[in-house]
Ligand binder design. Structure first.
Ligand SMILES: *[C@@H]1O[C@H](CO)[C@@H](O)[C@H](O)[C@H]1NC(C)=O
Ligand SMILES: *[C@@H]1O[C@H](CO)[C@@H](O)[C@H](O)[C@H]1NC(C)=O
Ligand SMILES: *[C@@H]1O[C@H](CO)[C@@H](O)[C@H](O)[C@H]1NC(C)=O
Length: 353
C-alpha cells in the first residue's frame, strides 16, 4: 500500500527507481504518472458518469448484481471453507517467519523472485495457468494466473507481493503490506482447488510487483488488458488486510474516493451476506493497484483492513511481522470470504467433478 496525504509531483532519473522507496520517509509514497492520457471525466456524458471514465454499463451491471443479491448456501459453503491455518502458513512463508529463507520481497531482491516462483507453483496446482510477466528491467515479475474459460469478459482479483522495509534495513517481511493480501489470494485459490470451482468468465488472480515504487506492475498489466481490448467486469485489489487496533472489531474498509462506487457498494453488500462478522466502513487511505485499473476506465475497488486512516504502527517498517498484537488472521479470512464471493457472483460459477 502506498500512502499520500498531501500530493506533489517530481521527476527522478530511472536509475533511482529501484531505491526510491527507501530514500523517502515512510509516510511519503510514490505513484508514477500515467504514460497515456487519462480518460477525461464526463468525456462522453451518455456513457460515463463517474470520475474515472468507467463506462456506465459496467456500473449498471454491478448495481444490478447488488440489487439481486441473496444468500446462496452453496456459495457460503465454499467461502466458509477458506482455512485460517493454511492462510497463516502461506503468509509466514512469504514473510520469512516460516523457514522460507525470504528476507525481503522488495521488487529488486532475490526474495521477490523466490516468492514469485513459489506463488506461481501454488496457483498452478489449483488448475490455473500462470505466467511471470516481466514488464521492466530489474523489477521482479508480476505473477498473472488465469482460470480456464474462453469468455472475453474478465474478473480480476489481485494483491501485491512486493514489500518495503525501514530506511537502511534489508529486512522487509511485509506481513501486512501486502503478504496479507497475497496470502488471502492463495486462500481463495485453495478453496477454488478443493471445490473444483469452474467459472463462466475468465477469472484472473494477479500478484503484482513494483507497487511500492509507484504501482508499476499493475500499470503494466492493466495497460496490457487495455491494449488487447479486454473487457473487465470487476477488479478488486486486496492491500493490507491484517491489522486493526487491538480491541477494535474485525473490519472491512472500502475506499472513500478512489473507486467505482458501484463496485464498492457491491462488495460491501456481499460482505453483509457472507461475512456478517465484519464491520463495513470506508477509508481515505490511499493508493494501491486498483488505481492503475481505474485510470484506464476499468471498474475497480479495493478492500482494506480498517475503517478510517492507516493505524498499523509497522507500516513500511522492517517490523511488519504477523506475530504481533493487532495482526488478525481471522480478519484476513473474513475479508477473503467477501472477495471470493464477489468474484464468484460476478463471474458465475459451478462446482466441478
Ligand atoms: C471454449 O472452450 C471450450 C472448451 O474449453 C471449447 O469447447 C469451445 O469451443 C471454446 N469456444 C470458443 C469460442 O473458443
Ligand atoms: C466457460 O463458461 C461457460 C459458460 O459461460 C461454461 O459453460 C464452460 O463450461 C466454461 N468453461 C470452462 C473450461 O470452465
Ligand atoms: C449496499 O448497496 C447500496 C446501494 O445499492 C449502498 O447504498 C450501500 O451503502 C451498500 N451497503 C454497503 C454495506 O456497502
Amino acid at each position: 500500500m502506498l500512502s499520500a496525504d498531501n500530493a506533489g509531483t517530481g521527476h527522478v532519473h530511472k536509475d533511482l527507481l529501484p531505491i526510491l522507496d527507501l530514500l523517502l520517509p515512510t509516510h511519503i509514497s510514490v505513484v508514477a504518472l500515467p504514460e497515456r492520457p487519462m480518460p477525461h471525466p464526463k468525456a462522453s456524458f451518455d456513457t460515463m458518469d463517474n470520475d474515472w471514465g468507467v463506462p456506465h454499463k459496467y456500473a449498471m451491471r454491478l448495481a444490478t448484481f447488488t440489487d439481486q443479491l441473496e444468500h446462496d448456501p452453496s456459495l457460503a459453503t465454499v467461502v466458509d471453507s477458506i482455512n485460517v491455518d493454511t492462510l497463516r502458513r502461506n503468509v509466514r512463508w512469504l514473510t520469512g517467519e516460516a523457514p522460507s529463507g525470504i528476507e525481503s520481497r522488495h521488487s529488486f531482491t532475490k526474495g521477490a523472485l523466490q516468492a514469485a516462483h513459489w506463488i506461481k507453483k501454488q496457483v498452478q496446482e489449483a488448475g490455473a495457468s500462470c505466467e511471470l510477466m516481466h514488464y521492466m528491467e530489474g523489477f521482479a515479475p508480476n505473477v498473472i494466473c488465469e482460470f480456464p474459460n474462453n469468455s472475453s469478459e474478465h474478473v480480476v482479483l489481485s494483491a501485491h507481493y512486493d514489500s518495503r522495509g525501514s530506511f537502511g534495513m534489508t529486512r522487509a517481511p511485509g506481513a501486512d503490506d501486502d503478504a496479507s493480501g497475497s496470502g488471502h489470494l492463495l486462500g481463495v485459490v485453495d478453496a477454488i482447488k478443493r471445490y473444483k470451482i469452474k467459472f463462466d468468465k475468465k477469472v484472473i488472480v494477479a500478484f503484482f510487483s513494483g507497487e511500492e515504487q509507484g504501482l508499476f506492475g499493475s500499470r503494466a498489466y492493466a495497460g496490457h488488458l487495455k491494449d488487447t481490448n479486454r473487457e473487465v467486469l470487476l477488479h478488486i485489489q486486496a492491500d493490507m488486510l491484517g491489522y486493526h487496533v487491538p480491541g477494535e472489531p474485525m473490519q472491512l474498509a472500502l475506499p472513500a474516493t478512489i473507486h467505482l462506487p458501484e463496485a464498492s457498494y457491491f462488495v460491501g453488500n456481499v460482505s453483509k451476506l457472507y461475512s456478517p462478522e465484519l464491520v463495513v466502513g470506508s477509508t481515505q487511505a490511499c493508493c494501491s493497484d486498483h488505481q492503475s485499473f481505474l485510470s484506464l476506465g476499468f471498474p475497480a475497488t479495493q478492500v482494506f483492513e480498517r475503517n478510517g486512516p492507516i493505524a498499523d504502527p509497522m507500516y513500511h517498517n522492517s517490523g511488519d511481522l504477523s506475530f504481533r498484537e493487532g495482526y488478525d488472521f481471522d480478519q484476513i479470512v473474513a475479508i477473503a470470504k467477501v472477495t471470493m464471493a464477489s468474484i464468484m457472483i460476478v463471474a458465475g460459477w459451478s462446482q466441478g467433478q
